[in-house]
Design a binder for this molecule. Sequence first.
Ligand SMILES: *[C@@H]1O[C@H](CO)[C@@H](O)[C@H](O)[C@H]1NC(C)=O
Ligand SMILES: *[C@@H]1O[C@H](CO)[C@@H](O)[C@H](O)[C@H]1NC(C)=O
Ligand SMILES: *[C@@H]1O[C@H](CO)[C@@H](O)[C@H](O)[C@H]1NC(C)=O
Ligand SMILES: *[C@@H]1O[C@H](CO)[C@@H](O)[C@H](O)[C@H]1NC(C)=O
Ligand SMILES: *[C@@H]1O[C@H](CO)[C@@H](O)[C@H](O)[C@H]1NC(C)=O
Ligand SMILES: *[C@@H]1O[C@H](CO)[C@@H](O)[C@H](O)[C@H]1NC(C)=O
Ligand SMILES: *[C@@H]1O[C@H](CO)[C@@H](O)[C@H](O)[C@H]1NC(C)=O
Ligand SMILES: *[C@@H]1O[C@H](CO)[C@@H](O)[C@H](O)[C@H]1NC(C)=O
Ligand SMILES: *[C@@H]1O[C@H](CO)[C@@H](O)[C@H](O)[C@H]1NC(C)=O
Length: 794
Amino acid sequence: MDFGFWLGVALLLFAWLPAKCDHIPDEVLQMECRDRYFMIAVDLSFTGEEPRFEAVDETGVYPITQQYAAECGYSVNFLPLPGRVELRASYLSCHTDNKDDEAFMFNFNLIVKHEEKEVTYALNKTCSSSLPWSPREVTCELNYMEMSVRSENTCPSGTKKDDWDAVKTAHSSTTSDWQVMFQRAEEQLMPMNLSEARKQGYVFDLREGRLVFRMPYGQPDSFSTEVNGVPVEVVHATLFSRQSWVVLMVDLVAACSMHEGLYDDSGYMMWETPQVLHPLVSGLHDTQVNVGVNGELVEQPVAEERGYIVEKHNTTVQISIPCNAEGGYRKSFVTGDLYEFYVFDLYLEQTSEDEDLVETRLRCHRTLATPLLLRPIFTENQTIPEEQLFTVYLGDVPEDIELAAVQLNGQEFTIPFANTSVRSVTKFVQPNNTHSYTLKVPFDDPVVIREFSKEDAVLQYRLDVNYTLTVLPENEPFHHLTSIVALYTDVSPPEFDAVCSESGISFRLEHRPFDYLWYISIDSDLLTPQLAAQHGYSMSNNSQSLLLHVPLYTHGYEYKDITLRGFLGTFEILVRDHETSEVQSSTVKTCSFTTTELIMCSTDGRMTVVADLSLVIPSGGIPARSNLINKYCGPKEADDTRALFSFPLNSCGSIVKLGKENVTYQNEIFYSMNYLSVSKASSGDTERVTVQCTYPLAGLHRLFSVYRFESDTAGIGSIIHTMQSTAGPQIPTIKPTTTLQTTPASKRPARIPVAFLPAVRPPARYVRVNRFQNLNGTKKGAERTWQTKVNALI
Ligand SMILES: *[C@@H]1O[C@H](CO)[C@@H](O)[C@H](O)[C@H]1NC(C)=O
Ligand SMILES: *[C@@H]1O[C@H](CO)[C@@H](O)[C@H](O)[C@H]1NC(C)=O
Ligand SMILES: *[C@@H]1O[C@H](CO)[C@@H](O)[C@H](O)[C@H]1NC(C)=O
Ligand SMILES: *[C@@H]1O[C@H](CO)[C@@H](O)[C@H](O)[C@H]1NC(C)=O
Ligand SMILES: *[C@@H]1O[C@H](CO)[C@@H](O)[C@H](O)[C@H]1NC(C)=O
Ligand SMILES: *[C@@H]1O[C@H](CO)[C@@H](O)[C@H](O)[C@H]1NC(C)=O
Ligand SMILES: *[C@@H]1O[C@H](CO)[C@@H](O)[C@H](O)[C@H]1NC(C)=O
Ligand SMILES: *[C@@H]1O[C@H](CO)[C@@H](O)[C@H](O)[C@H]1NC(C)=O
Ligand SMILES: *[C@@H]1O[C@H](CO)[C@@H](O)[C@H](O)[C@H]1NC(C)=O
């Protein structure tokens, strides 16, 4: 039998040039021989959006258009999810060279546009089918129905009534050419010759012992029906040829389930096909169903493991596939919210035998897709306040979605962060094909919104996060928002613990997370390690606590209640608001200290001195009887060895020495009822006690305008003990055993600050100066010399 149809096409022989030798890289090309078709898959990244295929045989080159593919047994499919274009060519397709039903030779051209230029790639492959052909095979491709029967097997044993009708028609035919007559439910259509049928999209072919019939779905001569509620498309063609008194007749029936698939909320995609599609296609006898995916059947145990379920209900085969089953594809999709859908390329083989034990093998390709399903992703607040960090977990992010950026309180940052040390995002891949991101932002990051309510003593940190996630590969963005708040209650300015010691006052502060809201100052100066070093404080600070020891007499002390028994020293630490510098709280500690000697020079012009007079007083004398230069200025208080004087600077006979930059008030403590006899009365060395206060002139604005002493700073006091030798009055030997100075305190108008002189007695050193010149305030040159020399000694 030769349908001769192809001759017409063959005559159109035009010289086709051998395809160019461009080569497709192996990694983007896949060519495989399957049981009943040959498959070429090429990555879309290589082919671009518009690749075309051509079928090639010795008769010519045939562009595979949509219509031509459906008529000639080709199926070209774009699969955006795995990202490739796939051509399936039936072993019985039009331009396949078939050697004895065993070797099938395929030649194709793939034409792609590369940089605006069309490039042709020649692809060829020879497939051999190891699977023996069944007497009758039906293929329900995505775009066509194909059936083939072994040609020697075309005589049916039984003959039914309606077949006789066809025979009658055939009998009346006047031509010996093959005719085809389509049959629909109740009607027979007019027979037509094969070239007419080909024109209408039906292909009949005889290839190496098999009679092939193929047509696209939805042809006018096919019909749709329902079997047990499942839609089925059926085509029934009867071929006949009258040769003298014999009528040869072949009945060809193909039927495919047109079920569209269902999705149920339990996460399964379901597809149905009747066990018996048509009495002439398959029988109930011994039906077997095998399921596969992407055009390949899988073994029963594998199918079970993947959760594919095949059930027979009331002669309907029901196939259920979990939507995320292996072999399927998943895709995220954004329309407002985030959605996803699953696609599963179902492949199905149904074998059955009819009553004559003729095996029919039906293969079906169907694409199942779920509707758009809402895909929630979530954030979880994993903040641990003690860590001082916001920790936000973003979970259930599908594989094809990536975090591209975050907005933190409205500020945009791309991921990964430029400054990894400050804030961070860490990605974790989960075993269930999702991943997660953990975002960490320290509370003290400038992007964090901090709200502190003094009234309620509540400190609140807020972080509004706007995640920008993009769906790959199309980079479609969508946003996920979350807002996190961390609260501290009972937020009050820090308070120090203070302890008195002999040498000074020790302060201790345990750090709290929110203490940076304030800063610590001494007076108006920010407490820093530098300031501490400058003033001689000892400070140690770590992440837990701050320890500050303030030795007595250092900057910042205030003294009062000075008596011979001791005095009170007060030190104040201020806590100020970071923004306004306002004092928010303070820790004031007052301790009582004892000392043998001290001198204070107050800003309002008073000198207070406790001096040790033991060397001034002749044996038997008492300090209570000592006096200043003005002998009517006696001590306020005295004990066995010491006396306390307190007097206005420029009274009691003080000598005023005006220097270039400062003024010094000097006085001296004498022991005598008779001032003039002091030096004579004493025998041997006598100690002299000089007391003085020095003020910088710059701080004494009103000294000469108002009749009142007022200094910006406390003066620097000194008690100078010198030994005076009576042996050589002209050139006396002066032993300054103690000249100690304090550093001036800064301006504190509200209080009465003092400078302070501790009575430490270093080993004596000696210098010779002219006593007369020394005490004579008019000789400035000499005065300076004396000062310089004394300073050089201490
Ligand atoms: C098939 O392709 C290979 C290279 O891919 C080439 O060597 C061979 O000549 C081709 N055969 C035909 C018949 O085109
Ligand atoms: C087939 O039928 C058509 C119309 O019925 C006719 O025009 C055509 O000549 C026929 N072809 C052959 C080869 O008989
Ligand atoms: C089985 O199919 C028959 C005929 O189509 C129908 O009447 C019957 O209800 C079906 N049974 C079930 C359980 O679906
Ligand atoms: C990174 O951090 C440094 C200091 O930590 C800062 O000066 C710089 O501006 C930061 N850069 C960015 C891009 O945030
Ligand atoms: C994936 O695994 C993670 C971690 O085990 C889990 O938190 C998440 O809920 C899982 N997501 C899905 C969709 O199963
Ligand atoms: C989140 O960020 C995007 C741009 O990055 C912006 O268009 C959107 O309005 C933001 N959403 C909110 C609620 O701020
Ligand atoms: C987040 O976590 C922190 C610390 O556990 C908690 O204080 C806060 O209330 C949580 N919730 C929100 C919405 O920020
Ligand atoms: C002490 O250390 C903490 C951090 O360890 C720091 O925040 C604070 O500013 C330091 N304080 C001073 C006074 O240096
Ligand atoms: C007084 O002024 C001089 C400079 O004129 C300076 O060297 C000296 O240290 C000052 N004395 C005191 C006690 O401040």
